[in-house]
Write a protein that binds this ligand. Structure first.
Ligand SMILES: Cc1cc2nc3c(=O)[nH]c(=O)nc-3n(C[C@H](O)[C@H](O)[C@H](O)COP(=O)(O)OP(=O)(O)OC[C@H]3O[C@@H](n4cnc5c(N)ncnc54)[C@H](O)[C@@H]3O)c2cc1C
Length: 396
């Protein structure tokens, strides 16, 4: 393979890297994506629930979008279930491999090159300038701007000191299951309680006919057992879920971590931008990352391509951080605050909080803003002052 120089070199072909590459290639930058695995979208590292609105401008196929979602279900330890139903499609549980590979195809059509089996080891830095990336096979590839989209490993962000290493995270265990008895396929289900998922929650997200991703996520500091043990207990012993999962069988096992913390203080350095999980650009409320990977990846790709046309300096790249902060910064910090409050909940706390979510049916826009982590403090007070207070918000 001939080693050319690239304008933008992206490490990692997850949603953050693919979106960044798509945007940078669309804006005329010669773009390369380096992915260490042999397949894009495998192994699965997400449950794949995401929203419809921001995807409207992308030509995803029905196959990639997966299964439409029209409502939500919350089950507290008391088993007093709450449904929040909307009479329209609000999101999808995507077919992860098809979705990521279609995003990769869109990036390729825009001109990006993809190299698989290409593990990035580190950046080569000459003085103040980053000149290239070095692969584990000894190859060196020259570039002008670099994007770290390597997920939790944050390989380049760690090298340059933007990422301090270990951070608050959620450990997840998930089965992709054959679910012949799941009664409703258009509802994303959430189950709470310290016996199932202390400081987190369990979920059932249907992603195609008779297939669902069933998992548990637990904040690392409260993790006492392997999350797989919680998952098995949830599937066989939860009084409601075990009936819905009758005869279900696992077809794939996924084990992964996601950041549950505030974003990196600085997401740019000389000619490097950091996106997605590598920068902890995720809403900690429910662990939603895909939308932010794609939306913020788009900003990164755009800023990187624009910078090439003028001069790649810290000042030109800072625009990336200014833009994502302006659009999403307050949502990330409110979500983290609510997540930290909920992580300390007892079963009684969950039993008193979940009934307030019935009010989402009266105020569906607020309900959606809450689940999307786009809520204002007055939204929470409108649901109920007790709801706001329980989630750690004292005043409007
Ligand atoms: C179990 C689980 C369930 C989740 N469920 C949801 C959900 O339902 N909805 C939602 O919105 N979010 C969900 N999330 C969060 C969301 O999946 C993540 O925020 C998102 O996948 C992060 O994307 P990314 O591109 O930053 O990183 P990743 O998807 O992790 O991609 C990083 C890529 O970089 C590659 N890579 C790593 N190191 C190197 C290297 N050195 N060189 C080259 N390539 C490298 C990896 O192989 C990988 O392909 C979930 C997360 C987990 C763990």
């Amino acid at each position: 393979m001939i080693n050319e120089d690239y304008d933008v070199i992206v490490t990692g072909a997850g949603p953050a890297g693919l979106s960044s590459a798509l945007e940078s290639a669309k804006n005329g930058a010669k773009t390369l994506i380096l992915e260490k695995k042999p397949v894009i979208g495998e192994p699965t590292r997400t449950s794949g629930a995401t929203w419809i609105d921001y995807l409207e401008n992308y030509p995803f196929s029905e196959k990639a979008l997966g299964n439409p979602i029209r409502g939500f279900y919350f089950c507290p330890p008391s088993l007093k279930e709450v449904y929040f139903k909307l009479n329209k499609i609000v999101g999808y549980v995507i077919n992860v491999k098809a979705f990521y590979q279609e995003l990769a195809t869109m990036a390729s059509k825009a001109g990006a090159e993809i190299r698989l089996n290409s593990k990035v080891e580190r950046l080569k830095i000459d003085g103040n300038r980053i000149s290239s990336v070095l692969l584990n096979n000894g190859e060196e590839i020259h570039g002008k701007t670099f994007i770290d989209a390597s997920g939790m490993s944050a390989v380049l962000a760690k090298q340059v000191g933007l990422h301090e290493g270990k951070k608050r995270a959620v450990f997840c265990a998930e089965y992709d299951m054959w679910t012949p008895n799941l009664p409703q396929s258009d509802i994303a289900e959430f189950y709470f309680g310290n016996d199932i998922a202390p400081s987190g929650y369990a979920w059932i997200f249907p992603w195609s006919k008779e297939r669902a991703r069933v998992g548990v996520g637990i904040v690392q500091e409260t993790l006492k057992e392997n999350p797989l043990l919680y998952l098995r207990t949830f599937i066989v012993a939860h009084k409601i879920a075990s009936k819905k999962l009758k005869d279900a069988q696992p077809l794939e096992f996924h084990y992964a971590k996601l950041p549950c913390t505030s974003p990196l203080k600085k997401t740019y350095f000389n000619q490097l931008l950091v996106v997605g999980d590598a920068a902890a650009l995720i809403s900690p409320l429910l662990g939603e990352g895909i939308r932010f990977c794609i939306e913020i990846g788009k900003i990164a790709g755009n800023v990187a391509a624009q910078a090439i046309q003028s001069e790649v300096t810290v000042r030109t790249l800072k625009r990336y951080q200014d833009e994502w902060k302006e659009r999403f910064g307050k949502f990330f910090s409110r979500s983290l605050k609510a997540n930290k409050a909920a992580a300390k909940f007892s079963n009684d706390d969950w039993d008193s909080l979940i009934p307030y979510t019935k009010r989402f049916n009266e105020y569906p826009e607020i309900g959606l803003r809450f689940i999307r982590s786009e809520f204002s403090i007055s939204d929470l007070f409108k649901i109920s002052p007790k709801f706001a207070l329980k989630l750690g918000f004292k005043a409007i």
